[in-house]
Design a protein around this ligand. Sequence first.
Ligand code: SF4
Ligand code: SF4
Length: 299
Amino acid sequence: MKETKKSIRACPAPQPMEGQAWDPAHLRKIQEHPCYSAEAAHVFGRIHLPVAPNCNIQCKYCIRKFDCVNESRPGVTSRVISPQEALERLSECISKFPYIKVVGIAGPGEPLDNEETFETFRLVQENFPYLHNCMSTNGLRLPERLDELISAGVRNVTVTLNALKQEIGERIYSCIHYHGKTYRGLEGAAILIQNQLQGIEAAARSGVVVKVNAVLIPGINDHHMVDIAKKIKELGAYTLNIMPLIPQYLMADIPSPTPQERKRIQDECGRIIPQMCHCRQCRADAVGKLGEQCTIGGK
Ligand code: SF4
Ligand code: SF4
């Protein structure tokens, strides 16, 4: 087992919006989730189960050799495991790290494009009903698969949303694969964005706690983050996680935003919707607390 310790920079804890009341079950989904609450990150942990290798879009910053960089950092690749292996890994981790409260699927590809995601969540729900099922998605198939996700016990969803306008989306996504067809350029971006927005709204309305990840890409969507913050608040999302671009693949020549630039935009967006500032850009098989990350099985 390898272990590293990193400090956690915290933004103020998110609060209910005016006129909104959170019931105890809703509060538990936030208060026991290390990514939704900076306080919880010191106490509770999460495990990512890498059961989902396929992806249905191509982001221009993703080289596809590594875990999905909409949620994870590149440089390491998770070994894909079966749902049954995932259950065994979870049992082992829970006995070693009883503070784990969240079971997440974040890749290494797009979870909603892999049936193993649903099978794994069903197994977790049957065997560990007290854990929170959590998933990250690019959102392309979120509207059509939301009911299945909820039936499989998923109540925390992260959607990566980098653009509201197809002209910006076209600069970020090369293509999407949707219902047996490949769409490129403006057309592909328009379908993706429409489904992301629909999915966020439908999920929030169904009682799912929605976090939005947005990859901050200087010169492409940095001026657009405030619009994203306003839109997702209107749709009922709970928090926004602005992640710095990791320059690679077709965006290898675009420099990462500086920490100062990112903070300035977080501060601006924080006046609109609560910000997650303590994201560690974990790998798709991460285990443990965010600032004290452990991996098991020699990986
Ligand atoms: Fe890569 Fe994730 Fe984008 Fe798919 S959704 S291309 S895995 S970053
Ligand atoms: Fe949480 Fe960020 Fe890690 Fe995802 S990548 S589990 S949001 S800290």
